[in-house]
Design a protein. Structure first.
Length: 284
């Protein structure tokens, strides 16, 4: 992995940004310059300065501090959605591929295809509108929307693995179906799910920002990158810093997770490793 990071500069940049974002979100209460919710109307809409590096918003709140606190929301949503979605998708999709029959038809043909028939973000908007805004409701809505991708990927991997020789050998010596599934088949589906999870982090963060932009996300006064972008629409020309800095932070975060996902795919894919090795072979 370290060799890949040294060769792939985009992967190194992506991993560095992800580590920095994780550290910032964990240390956010101690590194903010001002209280993100303190209003100072006499200093509203001022541009970047030494006192306010990213300027202030329409209520005089420090944009830099609100972005730092907003990173905690984005990281919590991303980690929670990816964890629950991958866990549900791994077991349900893996079980459908391993058991087959009516359960596979019910899950894959009916449930998964029905959920995939709806645009994901529209389904999330409908769920959040029904449940009400809030962090837990956003995580629930995005999990309902996101687990199907992991389930389909896990099902495909299990269908490929369950008839391999080492699984047949374990079955021949008397391993039970549950032991075959949990100890021999399921662990071999984790690698492609890691790639899906890294890209899923970017999708979850972007989806949370979209919901907050529409007013269906985190309730005020808790800052969110999406709600900050929504507030900046009214001050696009007189205070463009309100839009520029949240947009750059959101774009950089999503790109970093995509770069990391590409690096994980190259690292875990035996075909790409084989191509790398064969490039060092010279014919006599």
């Amino acid at each position: 992995m370290m060799n890949l990071l040294m060769k792939n500069r985009l992967a190194f940049v992506g991993l560095s940004i992800v580590f920095c974002l994780a550290a910032i979100s964990l240390l956010a209460p101690w590194i903010v310059l001002h209280d993100p919710n303190t209003q100072e109307l006499s200093a509203r809409l001022i541009g970047p300065s030494w006192q306010h590096p990213f300027g202030t918003d329409e209520l005089g709140r420090d944009v830099f501090s609100r972005l730092i606190i907003g990173s905690r929301v984005s990281m919590r949503v991303g980690v929670s959605v990816v964890f629950f979605s991958s866990l549900i998708g791994l077991f349900l999709g893996g079980a459908a591929g391993f058991v087959g029959g009516r359960f596979d038809i019910l899950l894959n043909v009916i449930i998964i295809n029905s959920l995939l028939a709806f645009p994901g973000i529209l389904l999330a908007i409908a769920l959040v509108a029904f449940l009400g805004p809030g962090l837990n409701n956003i995580i629930l809505a995005l999990t309902v929307m996101g687990w199907v991708g992991y389930a389909r990927l896990a099902r495909g991997q299990v269908l490929k693995i369950k008839n391999l020789d080492f699984v047949e050998a374990a079955r021949a010596i008397g391993a039970t179906r549950s032991r075959l599934f949990l100890l021999h088949v399921l662990p071999h589906t984790v690698q492609p799910l890691l790639v899906q999870a890294s890209i899923g982090m970017a999708g979850a963060i972007l989806a949370e920002a979209s919901l907050s932009f529409l007013g269906l996300g985190i309730t005020p006064p808790t800052p969110s990158w999406g709600s900050m972008l929504n507030a900046a629409r009214s001050h696009l020309f007189d205070a463009p810093h309100m839009l520029v800095f949240p947009a750059i932070i959101l774009m950089t975060t999503v790109l970093s997770f995509n770069f990391l996902g590409d690096a994980l795919r190259d690292w875990l894919d035996p075909k790409s490793q084989g191509l790398t090795s064969s490039s060092n072979f010279t014919q006599p």
